[in-house]
Design a binder for this molecule. Structure first.
Ligand code: PAN
Ligand code: ZN
Length: 180
């Protein structure tokens, strides 16, 4: 058994990797708001700690993510988002604490949808699907992600063309908008 701490983001022996605002350049729609927020304080946006017990065919890796509450302009704090290098690799997300959304975008059709991520909820992310997690609450959003050991993380495609849509706070509620 591996224990995790939903507050600190620690899981087993794994040291959480920290992602600050400066690491998220290019992710948010409102670049002016991003630069102002960064100049004010390079805040910690999320942490992710991965457990990699073995890396053979058929093995699984899993990670604990904690996204802190916050906004850049009207856009909620989010993860970079990625496709799996092995495109067919699916992933299971399990909500632990806080409330948020997963933005899922099919790599080929670029169709996108929002799926709630919350405690006692499971989100199945199919293969060939870019996934980004968004904290829409005012407390940390904590979740586990479980994926094939050989999935790999490809951030390049997202860095180049980003997600088609953004999740913004409008009158206190999340809305999905086309980025452009
Ligand atoms: C997750 C993610 C975690 C952080 O464990 O790695 O939510 O998001 P980024 O990797 O996009 O920074 C996962 O989807 N693993 O495959
Ligand atoms: Zn993933």
């Amino acid at each position: 058994m591996t224990r995790f701490d939903p507050i600190s983001g620690a899981i087993g022996e794994a040291q959480p990797a920290k992602r600050h605002l400066a690491d998220l350049r290019g992710c948010f729609r409102d670049t002016g708001a991003f630069e102002r927020a960064l100049a004010h304080d390079n805040r910690l946006v999320y942490t992710v700690a991965a457990v990699e017990p073995a890396a053979g065919e058929g093995d699984l890796h899993y990670g604990l993510g904690v996204i802190y509450p916050g906004l850049v302009g009207d856009e909620y704090f989010l993860t970079k988002g990625h496709l799996h290098t092995w495109r067919a690799a699916a992933e299971l997300y399990i909500g632990i604490a806080g409330e948020g959304l997963m933005l899922l975008e099919d790599e080929v059709t670029r169709e996108n949808r929002l799926v709630p991520l919350q405690p006692n909820g499971v989100v199945y992310v199919p293969g060939h699907t870019a996934h980004r997690t968004v904290n829409t609450s005012d407390v940390p959003l904590t979740y586990l992600g479980v994926y094939p050991a050989r999935a790999g993380h490809d951030y390049g495609a997202i860095a180049e063309r980003n997600f088609r849509s953004v999740v913004i706070n409008r009158n206190g509620k999340p809305h999905l908008l086309e980025r452009n």
